[in-house]
Design a protein around this ligand. Sequence first.
Ligand SMILES: *[C@@H]1O[C@H](CO)[C@@H](O)[C@H](O)[C@H]1NC(C)=O
Ligand SMILES: *[C@@H]1O[C@H](CO)[C@@H](O)[C@H](O)[C@H]1NC(C)=O
Ligand SMILES: *[C@@H]1O[C@H](CO)[C@@H](O)[C@H](O)[C@H]1NC(C)=O
Ligand SMILES: *[C@@H]1O[C@H](CO)[C@@H](O)[C@H](O)[C@H]1NC(C)=O
Ligand SMILES: *[C@@H]1O[C@H](CO)[C@@H](O)[C@H](O)[C@H]1NC(C)=O
Length: 387
Amino acid sequence: MRGLFFVLVTCTVGASAFRLQQVKSTENCPDHTVYFKHYYELHGEPVVLKCPSPTYKHLDFSALAPNITWYKNGSKTIISGRDEDPRIWAKGDALWFLPAMLEDSGVYICTRRNSSYCAEVSIHLTVLEKKAAREIAYLQVLSTFTSGKIVCPELWDFTPNRTSLELKWYKDARPLEDASEKFVILKGSTSLIVTSVLPTDAGYYTCKMAFPYEGVTYEITRTIQVETIEQEKRITPIIVYPTQKTTSAVLGSKMTLPCKVFVGLSRHVHTDVEWLANDTVVDVVYKQSRVTEGERQETVENGENFIEVPLVFDSVEEVDFYTDFTCLAQNRYGYQVLPTRVKQEAVGLSWYIAMIPVTLAGVILGGICIHKCWKRRADKGYTIPKV
Ligand SMILES: *[C@@H]1O[C@H](CO)[C@@H](O)[C@H](O)[C@H]1NC(C)=O
Ligand SMILES: *[C@@H]1O[C@H](CO)[C@@H](O)[C@H](O)[C@H]1NC(C)=O
Ligand SMILES: *[C@@H]1O[C@H](CO)[C@@H](O)[C@H](O)[C@H]1NC(C)=O
Ligand SMILES: *[C@@H]1O[C@H](CO)[C@@H](O)[C@H](O)[C@H]1NC(C)=O
Ligand SMILES: *[C@@H]1O[C@H](CO)[C@@H](O)[C@H](O)[C@H]1NC(C)=O
């Protein structure tokens, strides 16, 4: 019997070494969350994906920070450090693309684990051609006949040192002059100040930042769609997030879908923000509280007021893919509704499918070994086979 055991171990060791390394990252990882934010980036530009630490549900994932691994959905390999691949590498809680390419689009999964716990988060990345920059513009709203601020978003991963921050600004592709009275570009700041906003200031603004890294200078571009609203109307709420019509989610995963509403200078308390499911209050449709409305947050950004109300899915189930979710923001001056859907994403399945040929190969090899071993035992009696 010992001989048989040796043979089996020897025959399958090749397959299982591979298998162990592959399965490790998904094994015992019951906590799968889909990150609500979808990254839209441009071909040829540096991109940093951050493994989010979901702080809701009273769990502090920061304790898991040092043990983070990344892989791309559908790929078998864990993304390693920069020595292995100078273009895509993992460092700390970040995944770097220097630069990102169209073919990098897909779902990236980061796994945070300690000895007793493991949480996975999947993050969507879409890389587009540079000419599609307007399709992925960030929406910002300015009130007319007062001063306003346009902010170049999501730069801080590339500027650890604020003093060295320097941006170039363009409106509808024309460079903005620093010396003009209309615009003020501050060094060391991500903002463009518009001294007195007019309705004609609406349009597409672009900010560009140079990002030198180990001898190569990359360019980071952000496009902002600026809308202006009249002061009298600025009390009408405007939904600025979600921007996408659908959000992908894995069956059984946790998900948070925030609804962010701009209320300008009007007071937070006067605006009501709520989520509806099939045009009905969420607690009525989901009596078991599997899907609930999260806590309302009132924030002030650049002197303007925002309200954020998340829709929290404890675990996404099939019925959610057939349910209409709507964020409704209203006050006595007006209202806005934003319908959105949850669609199914097949993450993780590919791992098990990829494992089938390996497992089969192992079984077949094992079968051959057993067969050979029995033959040898029959031929030679009880000798220990050479391994
Ligand atoms: C692992 O992380 C979980 C979640 O943060 C925490 O509750 C647990 O105490 C951690 N375990 C160890 C051994 O650090
Ligand atoms: C994940 O990968 C599988 C297999 O490659 C694919 O069928 C599935 O569509 C992918 N999911 C997403 C959201 O891209
Ligand atoms: C990282 O993971 C290893 C093995 O899973 C574990 O021994 C170690 O304690 C973890 N480190 C931290 C800081 O959680
Ligand atoms: C920040 O950048 C400036 C200009 O490039 C440089 O002189 C300074 O040493 C930098 N500071 C740090 C902390 O890196
Ligand atoms: C919402 O309506 C659709 C279509 O009528 C239905 O299939 C779905 O089950 C409803 N959702 C819930 C959560 O009841």
